[in-house]
Design a protein around this ligand. Structure first.
Ligand SMILES: [Zn+2]
Ligand SMILES: [Zn+2]
Length: 416
């Protein structure tokens, strides 16, 4: 198998590389997609046919097995086979599905408790240092100690009431990296009702993965899509969230909602088991944006494979190369991607050219398109890159230098 001959480049922390900083700055939360959450499609078992296909031939996707794998997603259209241009410029064949990416197979929420006396039942989870913490009232009350920063004050000390972004406007102002100042010191949650009912998300994923010489990050297109149709996202932008004295908890299934992406996961939990596909290594929970399978963290016997690469992948005889999701506490469903990625879009039927967003200085990878961003902002590419400077990146400062607002800068970099 040619895959195995490829040696993956180590995805080192390129701290002097403005590109990688930007890639991490532009979280997938701030992306183009609006989703709707819908509550249909319940509890149909995955067909045996899907299971046997999974075991015999993991990487040759066909319309039939894709249909079976996603049988419990809220599919609006597809799967169809389309021509696509992958992130590395390869022309390939992809499958395309358009879904309403709601939590079709499990309940969702709650996220924020209302009072410091609330129990864990009233809140979700927060990931820190590899640990999954229950967000109960006491956790919110204890944030100043938890983060060794006395500025944390998410609740009214007299009444014990927690500041929650409990309206559309508040969610809109807070559930993004550049949190509006008035929504600092809030527990951030957005509800299903706030999403546009007609919106959908279209995934275009290669039928057969094309390996890349170096790995790419999951920030742009996300890690993949779960078989329940919900986005398996890149890492949550924890620094931006905490830097604004906000907390954006995930529900117990590892998901939360924002207005751009809808409901999405930042952790792969047992909630995905219901819609998974059996393999000889246990549950396959979804497909990565590069076309490889994503399996649950643990094998059927409860063990964790010990030969995973930095992206979470390895090769076995039965399944070929595939990923195992990160620990729920890791804030990384996948550490990175090892093959060229397809597209994810809020516009159904759009032709996928994933290479378009990765052109620019340096070339390759999932990263912002500086030249179009510069054009949008009316500056030269060099001026833009200089303003962004060396890490840690200060969005406000860079925006000021460029004479634009932070959100204009962010939108330009996100290709909006
Ligand atoms: Zn998120
Ligand atoms: Zn495996």
């Amino acid at each position: 198998m040619s895959d195995e001959k490829l040696v993956l480049a180590v995805n080192s922390n390129k701290n002097s590389d403005a590109n990688s900083v930007l890639a991490s700055l532009i979280p997938s939360q701030h992306s183009l997609y609006s989703l709707v959450v819908s509550l249909s499609a319940f509890m149909m078992p995955v067909s045996l046919n899907a299971q046997s296909n999974a075991q015999s031939n993991a990487q040759m996707l066909t319309v039939d097995n894709i249909q079976a794998y996603f049988s419990r997603a809220n599919i609006i259209s597809g799967p169809t086979i389309v021509d696509c241009t992958l992130s590395g410029g390869s022309k390939s064949s992809c499958f395309q599905i358009t879904v309403k990416a709601g939590p079709s197979s499990h309940d969702f929420g709650p996220w924020c408790p209302e009072s410091v006396s609330d129990s864990a039942e009233s809140g979700g989870i927060w990931l820190e240092n590899g640990e999954v913490n229950d967000v109960d009232g006491a956790f919110i009350q204890n944030l100043a100690t938890f983060y060794s920063d006395s500025n944390w004050q998410l609740y009214n000390p007299e009444t014990g009431e927690i500041n929650v972004t409990n309206t559309f406007e508040k969610c809109d102002g807070a559930a993004k990296p550049d949190v509006e100042p008035e929504y600092q010191q809030h527990c951030v949650e957005c509800l299903n009702d706030y999403l546009n009912e007609d919106a959908s998300i279209t995934y275009t994923i290669p039928l057969s993965p094309i390996r890349t010489a170096s790995t790419s990050r999951t920030n742009t297109s996300g890690a993949g899509v779960a078989f329940n149709g919900i986005r398996l996202d890149g890492s949550a932008p924890v620094d931006a969230i905490l830097g604004n004295y906000t907390l954006a908890p995930f529900d117990d299934c590892g998901g939360h909602i924002n207005l751009n992406v809808g409901y999405h996961y930042h952790a792969a939990t047992d909630c995905l088991t219901d819609t998974s596909v059996d393999t000889n290594e246990g549950n396959a929970i979804g497909l990565a944006m590069d076309g490889y399978w994503i399996l649950a963290r643990r094998l059927s016997d409860g063990s964790i494979p010990d030969n995973l690469d930095q992206c979470g992948g390895h090769t076995t005889e039965a399944l070929g190369y595939h990923y195992h999701a990160g620990d729920p506490g890791s804030n990384a469903i996948l550490g990175c991607l090892t093959a060229e990625t397809g597209c994810v879009s809020s516009k159904p039927g759009q032709v996928c050219d994933a290479s378009a967003s990765s052109r620019g200085p340096g070339g390759g990878g999932n990263r912002p398109d500086f030249s179009s961003a510069a054009i949008k902002l009316g500056v030269s590419e060099n001026v833009l890159i200089q303003a962004l400077g060396r890490p840690p990146l200060d969005l406000e400062k860079a925006a000021e230098q460029l004479g634009v607002t932070a959100s204009e800068l962010q939108q330009a970099l996100a290709g909006e």
